[in-house]
Design a protein around this ligand. Structure first.
Ligand SMILES: [Zn+2]
Ligand SMILES: [Zn+2]
Length: 258
């Protein structure tokens, strides 16, 4: 039996976030709260377990904004800064639980975590730093508490990125190519998340059109796009152009799977 899951979108923006610093464009100046996008991350919760996928620069505020009181684990997709930079703030949870936080990362991301947060891995640690328990993952399925996780390998230009299937729900960010064998792992999902940066071509991200085509190819009935740039356009305008079952995600969106 797969546990019931609640998915919360903590951030749905690209690396610069929306609004982008210094930008006067209509999207960055929009008053619609769905046009305010923190860096991409989701919270995955069963009745017993809470994990966060990625801890970008907005991690602290995302925890405060959603009033998250407990996190059991961090699962990383890849080592880019917009997915990693906020990890230090996980220490707030260490203070309450007095236990290390489990971190799940592939070897490429693990190397970056150990380099960027070196002070959490030295023999002589100063007080107050994050306590991390590193778990190296491969393409083998693994379990976080009572939540089974299936890694899906996707490509971000030349960088391997971990997508994850959580039962009926698949989360993929920072990809522009997925091989056929990995696509098979997504098929049969009730809902999927895919990165869609903007309408124009990009070297390492799916465009809106490419993301729509992939959802249709995989015949997943519900899809939500994430990791959006201000260049995508206004949420309300783009949403109204999308085919049935396909949506732009927004910060604070919650999905539930029984
Ligand atoms: Zn990213
Ligand atoms: Zn802008």
């Amino acid at each position: 039996m797969y546990p019931s899951l609640k998915i919360t979108f903590l951030g749905t923006g690209t690396s610069s976030g929306v609004p982008m610093i210094g930008c006067d464009c209509g999207v960055c100046q929009s008053a619609d709260k769905k046009d305010k996008r923190l860096r991409a991350s989701i919270l995955v919760q069963s009745a017993k377990t809470t994990l966060v996928v990625d801890t970008g620069p907005d991690f602290r505020y995302q925890m405060l904004r959603q009033k998250i009181k407990h996190v059991d684990a961090v699962v990383f997709t890849h080592p880019h800064k917009d997915h990693l930079a906020g990890l230090d703030d996980i220490r707030a949870f260490n203070f309450f639980t007095k236990k290390p936080i489990n971190v799940y990362a592939d070897s490429l991301t693990e190397e970056a975590v150990r380099r960027d947060f070196y002070y959490a891995f030295t023999d002589t640690k100063y007080p107050g730093i994050p306590e991390l328990n590193m778990n190296t993952i491969s393409m083998e399925p693994f379990t976080v508490g009572d939540i089974p996780v299936v890694p899906i390998l996707v490509w971000h230009l030349k960088m391997p990125v971990m997508g994850f299937r959580f039962g009926k729900f698949t989360y993929i960010t920072d990809a522009n190519k997925i091989e056929d064998t990995e696509k098979e792992k997504i098929r049969g999902s009730e809902a999927m998340v895919l990165n869609a940066l903007r309408k124009q071509k990009h070297i390492s991200h799916f465009t809106l059109g490419e993301a729509i085509d992939l959802v249709r190819e995989l015949k997943v009935p519900e899809a939500y796009f994430t990791h959006m740039s201000h260049q995508m356009g206004l949420h309300a305008e783009i949403e109204s152009e999308l085919p049935d079952g396909i949506h732009l995600a927004w910060d604070g969106l919650i999905l539930e799977f029984q």
